[in-house]
Design a binder for this molecule. Structure first.
Ligand SMILES: Cc1cc2nc3c(=O)[nH]c(=O)nc-3n(C[C@H](O)[C@H](O)[C@H](O)COP(=O)(O)O)c2cc1C
Length: 424
C-alpha cells in the first residue's frame, strides 16, 4: 500500500495529466498569496495582521529555521503511523484546527465549513469563542467528529458558566481557555483601517445566542464614551442591518444588535485573571480543561497545580505582543517543565509538514493550525480546508518517512541537528 503522502501526490499529478491543477495552492507562500488577493482589505488586515510591527510573527517563522532536520537512511519506513493519543482519544493525525474567530471574514460558511472538513478527516476542530456561528450549530456541522470549545474568559462569571454549560450540553470534548488575550493586542493593520469586526456585529454569534448574555445589564461607563453614540449612528446601523440579515437563525433588528455589541464590549475583556481564578474555573466543568498561551515553564507548572489537563504553547500567532519570543523557542522549555504530566500542544507559525515534525520533536503532543487553514477556507470553503488538511497530512507523512522515522511516537530531538549547531 503506497504511503498517504504518495497517494496524495498521485492524486494531484494525475489531475495534472488531464489539465487540472489545484484551486488551493500546495505551497504555503502561494497559498497565503492567493488568499491575500481574495480577501477584502479589512478582512485581510484582521486575518493576516499581528501586533505592532509584527516582529513576533516574523520571529515565529524564523524560529523553525533554527532546528534543521537530519535525515537518517536505511531504516525501513514502509509502514508509517501518524496517529497520536490525545486526552484519551486516538487521532489519525498530529494536528488540529485551532480556534480562529470571525471566520465569516474568510468565507460565509465559516466555522461550519471548517468543522465539517475537520470531522471528515477525524481531526478535532476547536470552535472559537468568537465564532461566526453559535457553538450548537458548529457541533451539528462537526457531527460525530471530535470538537473542543475555546473560551475567552469574560468579566461576567455567569456568562462563562453559561458558555461552559452549552459546550457540555453539545458534547464538546474539551475546553481550551485562552489566557493571552485579556485585552486585544495593538493590532496596527486593524487600527490603521479603524476596523474591529466585533463592532460590526461579526464574530459574536455565541453571545447573541446566549440566554444569560441577553439578560446582562452593563453600566454605561463600562462601554467607552465614544462608542456609545457612534454605534447608534446611521452608517453603523446600515452596516448592522446588512450583517443581521446575513446571519443564520433569527434576524436581529439593528438597534438591538447595536445594544448587544455595547454589552459585548463591556464584558469581553478581563484583566484581573490569576492562578487562583484558574483553579476555580477548573472546578466549573467536568470536561478536560486546557490553557492556551503559555510560554514560560513556571506558568505551565502553576497551571498544572490548578489541575489543568493540557497546555498549549502559543503566542497567538504574534497577534498579542510585538517583539516577543518565538513560540517554538519556548516549546522545549515548557515541555521540560511539564515533564509529561499532561499533553503539551503547540501553535504559532505552523505552515508545513516539516514544521510539524520539528514541533513534535521539541516536545509537542500535537499542533494547532491557525492561518494556514483559514487561507484554504478563504479560497474554497470546506473543500479548501479539506485540501489544506490533506496536503499537510501528506507533506508531514513524506517528511517523516524521508527523515527515516516511522511513527509520531518516538519523534524526539534526535531528528533535529543539535542546537546551537556543533561544528564537526
Ligand atoms: C484571524 C485570527 C483569529 C484568531 N482568533 C482566535 C480566537 O478567537 N481564540 C484563540 O484562542 N485564538 C485565536 N487566534 C489565534 C490562533 O488560535 C493561533 O494561536 C494562531 O493563529 C497561530 O498562529 P499562526 O496562524 O501564525 O499559525 C486567532 C488567529 C487568527 C489569525
Amino acid at each position: 500500500m503506497p504511503s498517504l503522502g504518495r497517494r496524495r501526490q498521485t492524486e494531484i499529478y494525475s489531475a495534472g495529466l488531464v489539465g487540472r491543477t489545484a484551486a488551493v495552492p500546495v505551497g504555503s507562500a502561494r497559498l497565503e498569496q492567493a488568499a491575500r488577493r481574495k480577501l477584502r482589505a479589512k478582512a485581510g488586515a484582521y486575518i493576516l495582521g499581528g501586533a505592532g510591527a509584527e516582529r513576533t510573527m516574523a520571529a515565529n517563522r524564523a524560529a523553525f529555521d533554527r532546528y534543521p532536520i537530519v535525515q537518517r537512511m536505511l531504516r525501513d519506513v514502509s509502514c508509517r503511523d501518524l496517529s497520536v493519543q490525545l486526552l484519551g482519544r486516538c487521532l489519525p493525525l498530529p494536528f488540529l484546527l485551532g480556534p480562529v474567530g470571525v471566520l465569516e471574514l474568510a468565507h460565509r460558511e465559516a466555522d461550519l465549513a471548517a468543522a465539517s472538513a475537520a470531522s471528515a478527516t477525524g481531526i478535532p476542530f476547536v470552535t472559537s469563542n468568537q465564532g461566526s456561528y453559535p457553538m450548537e450549530e458548529v457541533a451539528k456541522a462537526s457531527g460525530s467528529g471530535p470538537r473542543w470549545f475555546q473560551l475567552y474568559w469574560s468579566s461576567r462569571d455567569e456568562l462563562v458558566d453559561s458558555f461552559i454549560a452549552r459546550a457540555e450540553r453539545t458534547d464538546y470534548d474539551a475546553i481550551v481557555v485562552t489566557l493571552d488575550t485579556t485585552e486585544l493586542g495593538w493590532r496596527s493593520r486593524d487600527l490603521d483601517r479603524g476596523s474591529l469586526p466585533f463592532l460590526r456585529g461579526r464574530g459574536i454569534a455565541n453571545y447573541l445566542s446566549d440566554p444569560v448574555f441577553e439578560t446582562l445589564s452593563v453600566a454605561e461607563e463600562e462601554i467607552g464614551p465614544l462608542l456609545r453614540p457612534r454605534l447608534g449612528a446611521a452608517a453603523a446601523l446600515v452596516e448592522l442591518l446588512r450583517v443581521s440579515r446575513g446571519r443564520s437563525g433569527r434576524p436581529i433588528p439593528p438597534r438591538q444588535l447595536a445594544n448587544a455589541i455595547r454589552r459585548f464590549l463591556a464584558i469581553y475583556a478581563r484583566t484581573d485573571l490569576s492562578f487562583e481564578k484558574l483553579a476555580a474555573l477548573r472546578e466549573k466543568t467536568r470536561l478536560p480543561l486546557l490553557v492556551k498561551g503559555i510560554l514560560h515553564p513556571d506558568d505551565a507548572r502553576r497551571a498544572l497545580d490548578c489541575g489543568v489537563d493540557g497546555i498549549v504553547v502559543s503566542n497567538h500567532g504574534g497577534r498579542q505582543v510585538d517583539g516577543a519570543t518565538a513560540a517554538l523557542d519556548r516549546l522545549p522549555l515548557v515541555a521540560e517543565g511539564v515533564a509529561g504530566k499532561v499533553p503539551v500542544l503547540f501553535d504559532s507559525g505552523i505552515r508545513t509538514g516539516a514544521d510539524i515534525v520539528k514541533a513534535l520533536a521539541l516536545g509537542a503532543a500535537a499542533v494547532l493550525l491557525g492561518r494556514r487553514y483559514v487561507f484554504g477556507l478563504t479560497l474554497a470553503g470546506e473543500a479548501g480546508v479539506r485540501a489544506v488538511i490533506d496536503n499537510l497530512a501528506a507533506d508531514f507523512d513524506l517528511t517523516l518517512g524521508l527523515s527515516g522515522r516511522r511513527a509520531v511516537r518516538g519523534l524526539d530531538r534526535s531528528v533535529l541537528a543539535p542546537h546551537p549547531p556543533i561544528d564537526f
